[in-house]
Design a protein around this ligand. Structure first.
Ligand SMILES: *Cc1c(COP(=O)(O)O)cnc(C)c1O
Length: 468
């Protein structure tokens, strides 16, 4: 071979542009900086307490904020609103089995409904629940059921500068230590999240999941899969893990699910609906217990707190969520924003996650002690600057130690810019990046906050602050 020049196939050169076009628009209310300063003070400097009409670009969360497709809107018209045995339930169950592989499904009002049921069934007082980092509602339901969460994620996940490709991996050594220390009989399951939200949307690899599967099988410990963002995790496996380049997202999603026993899912994220969740499993005995609790807390096991039409839209959403073109554009947009922000020198969590860009508030506001809530203060400042709404993922979200009552000081003090699926354009992302850059340049003026109201549970949702 003489000619050694490598030509990049044209397909790889193309941008991530959206595989859809816009059919309907929703006008946004524009505000002035003065108006926003007042809105902020009224909201106690907590972006959760802002009214959505006062927000320009809403990156608070990717939860329930997706734009549904025309097929999903059409599915809403096919609602079979029977109390029992709605055809929409059977369609949903079939979609879950087809795309996720689990045999049985119980719909729930959202993800935490499923977490509640599974925690109540499997956890006894004094049990230990290891997990690859915690999620707020997941950990709370484990604690309410009498369990104690133990973090077994790899150390790299706590280091915002580590560029490990799979920061969502379980540290198998840590897991072995937990089993040795407490005994397998005290560990009903390990909770494994795909695309670990609290670590910045970081993926777990198939290789790690296989290793974990081997270990847990040996000890009779179940794997409960928090599959809220499983499709985004599959994309990173396709891009980064050896042997998965030519596999489709749908194939990888199925392979992940097959390595686990039970799944809880907030369908408000990857599954592209505005409300809903599922509890899915393969074990028939467990199913009847779960169905029984569903009746108490959610609704009959064939609707679980959802309208028939919601279940139908979810079935369609699940099928759309595992399409390669969809996920490529979804994560392409997140990367676009990340690259733009990083180019202006702002410290961000690397590699970029699947559902958003996480700003390293600890580094950006080095002069603000963690007791003065640097990430919370940064979310307030970004909103004041541009009307972009983000959220805190740091000391406020971590809450207090349930035994000592003291603040938990997490290593990560982050601001999350979470991107709703199929909602905003590239120009919106430009505005976000410009605002983050401006706030970064003026960072020395930010003094931090003090908390003036603190609710008992999940305080980040409702806490109020004052400027120092
Ligand atoms: C959102 C979320 C949940 C909880 O789901 P809800 O639908 O908000 O109740 C659980 N786990 C993860 C990883 C999530 O992102």
């Amino acid at each position: 071979m003489k000619n050694k020049t490598v030509t990049i196939p044209i397909r790889q050169k193309r941008s991530w542009a959206e595989p859809y076009k816009i059919k309907m628009v929703e006008p946004i209310h524009m505000t002035t900086e003065k108006e926003r300063a007042k809105c902020l003070a009224d909201a106690g400097y907590n972006t959760f307490l802002l009214r959505s009409k006062d927000v320009y670009i809403d990156l608070l969360t990717d939860s329930g904020t997706s734009a549904m497709s025309d097929r999903q809107w059409a599915a809403l018209m096919l609602g079979d609103e029977a109390y029992a045995g709605s055809s929409n339930f059977y369609n949903l169950e079939a979609a879950v089995t087809k795309y996720y592989g689990y045999k049985y499904t119980i719909p729930t009002h959202q993800g935490r409904g499923a977490e509640h049921i599974i925690s109540q069934i499997l956890i006894k007082k004094g049990d230990i629940i290891p997990g690859n980092m915690y999620f707020t509602t997941t950990r709370l339901h484990q604690e309410i059921a009498g369990g104690t969460f133990i973090d077994v994620i790899i150390d790299e996940a706590h280091d915002p500068d580590s560029t490990h490709p799979f920061k969502g991996n379980v540290d198998i050594g840590k897991m072995e230590d937990v089993i040795k220390k407490y005994g397998a009989s005290k560990i009903p399951y390990i909770c494994v999240a795909t695309s670990v939200n609290m670590a910045g949307g970081q993926p777990i690899s198939i290789a790690n999941l296989k290793e974990l599967r081997k270990l847990t099988q040996k000890h009779g410990i179940r794997i409960v899969h928090d599959m809220t963002r499983v499709a985004e995790n599959a994309f990173f496996i396709q891009q980064r893990e050896a042997g998965y380049k030519s596999k489709s997202i749908a194939q990888i999603v199925l392979e992940i699910c097959r390595l686990t026993d039970i799944a809880t899912m907030s369908a408000k994220k990857d599954a592209l609906v505005n409300i809903g969740g599922i509890l899915a499993m393969n074990d028939e005995k467990l199913l009847s217990e779960a169905q029984n609790l569903a009746v108490v807390y959610e609704g009959l096991h064939t609707y679980g707190g959802l309208a028939g039409r919601d279940m139908e839209a979810m079935s369609v959403g699940i099928s759309e969520s595992v399409q390669d073109d969809h996920i490529r554009a979804r994560i392409g947009q997140v990367e676009y924003l990340g690259n733009h922000i990083q180019a202006s020198g702002v410290p961000v969590v690397l590699p970029f996650g699947g559902h958003g860009i996480f700003l390293n508030a600890k580094k950006i506001l080095e002069h603000v002690p963690q007791d003065n809530f640097p990430a919370q203060a940064l979310t307030a400042e970004i909103y004041r600057d541009s009307g972009v709404r983000s959220m805190e993922r740091g000391i406020v979200s971590s809450g207090r130690d349930k035994k000592t009552g003291k603040n938990i000081y997490p290593k990560l003090e982050l601001v999350r810019l979470t991107i709703p699926r199929r909602v905003y354009t590239q120009a919106h992302m430009d505005v976000v990046a410009e605002s983050v850059e401006r706030v970064y340049q003026e960072r020395k003026k930010i003094k931090g906050l003090k908390m003036v109201y603190e609710p008992e549970y999940l305080r980040f949702f409702q806490a109020k602050f004052k400027k120092l």
